[in-house]
Ligand binder design. Structure first.
Ligand code: SAM
Ligand code: SF4
Length: 440
């Protein structure tokens, strides 16, 4: 590779989960401290970071086509760094297959990007997929400017080894960040403009500190930060749903009435084959306890259809579970074999046409459930955190406490918290009528 002048501009493209969005923001902040500025819209960037996702579909193939598309009309290309979970899983292979890539950096090593960029400018390629003892969080720069909703990664990695999932291999073992570091980062996010913080983790409710304090203690501490109006957390695992966290939904007003609790399937044989370590019944009992603590809670989940060996009757059990829970919104996916995971080698892989049909039926049921939840909200008064302008003059968009998109027309600004009455519901959003502005 030929030496190039050090990059002046960057673009970070994040794919996949919210944790990747958070990592992308932190990489951008890190690059800014190196004097590299974000490329303007339409401007070619000197450095492009592809922050990849490996969870489903042909993620790796997509990375190669994205790399190809970065070549400019005159045949030149930016410095390219591949980050995220594909980088972790396929580091050396990316180097071998894509000579245009200068840097491959895993999700636990991206704080080392500045050194890698220096080497790349000298014409040297590098791969860093270490999971170092000194974590990135100890060296990343402080948060500076954020919008009204900010993400805060509190926990990373996973020890659960669901048989379909690549996360334990790409993100490593479960680690929890320290209580004090998190409180400090939350404070700096609020100073930088955040009014709502979403705590993130692959299993966020598995967060514990050295003194064995659970997530509810962290939420309690963050709720005392002046100016922080709302707290959310995602994604939770049913097995880590403690009584303390359930009670926090009853006791802490800043903790929003929303719980994303993936179940994946509605049949115990399938759950066992997935190594989910919960049953349909134990999941439903958690839901009952959460609803007893916070009756208006909005429930969300993740589903996989077509796990190897899933029969028609077992899939019907998933539809029954959807009906029983009454979800407010959900994510649903076709099973995708991930190389290296146990399920990828299981017999009885379900044909694509069957998965397509099941996904369609599941999504129809989930949409109906979402519409019913939204319609049941009509007539309620609630706060909306304003996130952006709508398409119509004077229109604003924001989120209700139940994470519904709400649009309304009024004199407002991004970051305002307003009170609206919900007057009309569609499947994906509601319209509200302004009752009062709570704060600007
Ligand atoms: N830790 C969370 C949990 O256990 O519920 C989920 C984290 S995972 C990154 C997000 C979602 O991706 C999972 O809940 C699952 O529905 C989906 N997923 C993971 N691996 C998948 C695969 N091989 N095929 C299809 N969907 C998958
Ligand atoms: Fe993947 Fe299961 Fe861990 Fe969730 S709990 S990240 S689905 S292995």
């Amino acid at each position: 590779m030929r030496p190039t002048p050090p990059p002046q501009t960057y673009r970070v493209k994040s794919f996949g989960c919210q944790m990747n969005v958070y990592d992308g923001e932190r990489m951008a902040e890190l690059l800014a401290t190196q004097g590299i500025r974000p490329a303007a819209d339409g401007e070619d960037a000197d450095l492009v970071v592809l922050n990849t996702c490996h969870i489903r579909e042909k993620a790796a193939e997509k990375v190669y086509s994205d790399i190809g598309r970065l070549r400019r009309e005159d045949g030149s290309a930016p410095l390219i760094a591949v980050a995220g979970c594909v980088a972790q899983a396929e580091g050396e292979e990316i180097m071998a297959r894509a000579p245009a890539v200068s840097m491959v950096v895993g999700p636990q090593a991206y704080h080392r990007l500045p050194e890698m960029i220096e080497q790349a400018a000298l014409g040297q390629r590098s791969v860093d997929t270490d999971m170092p003892a000194q974590t990135k969080f100890d060296v990343l720069p402080a948060r500076r400017k954020v919008g009204p909703n900010a993400f805060l990664t509190v926990q990373e990695g996973c020890d659960k080894f669901c048989t379909y999932c690549v996360v334990p291999y790409t993100r490593g073992a479960e680690i929890s960040r320290s209580f004090n570091d998190l409180v400090e980062e939350a404070r700096s996010l609020v100073e930088a403009g955040a009014r709502e913080i979403t705590l993130l983790g692959q299993n966020v409710n598995a967060w514990r500190d050295d003194s064995n304090r659970g997530l509810e203690k962290l939420v309690e501490e963050l709720a005392a930060i002046p100016g922080l109006a709302r707290i959310r957390y995602t994604t939770s695992h049913p097995n880590d749903m403690t009584e303390g966290l359930i009670e926090a939904h009853r006791d802490i007003p800043q903790l929003m009435p929303f719980l994303h609790l993936p179940v994946q399937a509605g049949n115990d044989r399938v759950l066992k084959a997935m190594n989910r370590s919960h049953t349909v019944d134990s999941y439903l009992r958690i839901i009952d306890r959460v609803r007893a603590a916070r009756p208006d809670i909005a429930l969300s989940g993740d589903f996989i259809v077509g796990f190897p060996g899933e029969t028609d009757a077992e899939f019907e059990d998933t539809l029954k579970l959807v009906e029983r829970v009454g979800y407010a919104q959900c994510f649903s996916f076709k099973y995708s074999p991930r190389p290296g995971t146990p399920a990828a080698d299981m017999e009885d892989q379900v044909p694509m046409a069957v998965m397509d049909e099941r996904l369609q039926r599941l999504q129809a049921a989930l949409s109906a459930s979402q519409l019913a939840f939204n319609q049941a909200s009509v007539g309620k008064r609630c706060t909306v955190l304003v996130e952006r302008k709508g398409k119509l003059p004077g229109q604003w968009l924001g989120k209700s406490p139940w994470l519904q998109s709400v649009h309304f027309t009024a004199d407002a600004a991004i970051g305002d918290l307003v009170e609206v009455e919900l007057v009309e519901a569609g499947p994906n959003s509601l319209s509200g009528r302004l009752v009062s502005a709570i704060s600007g």
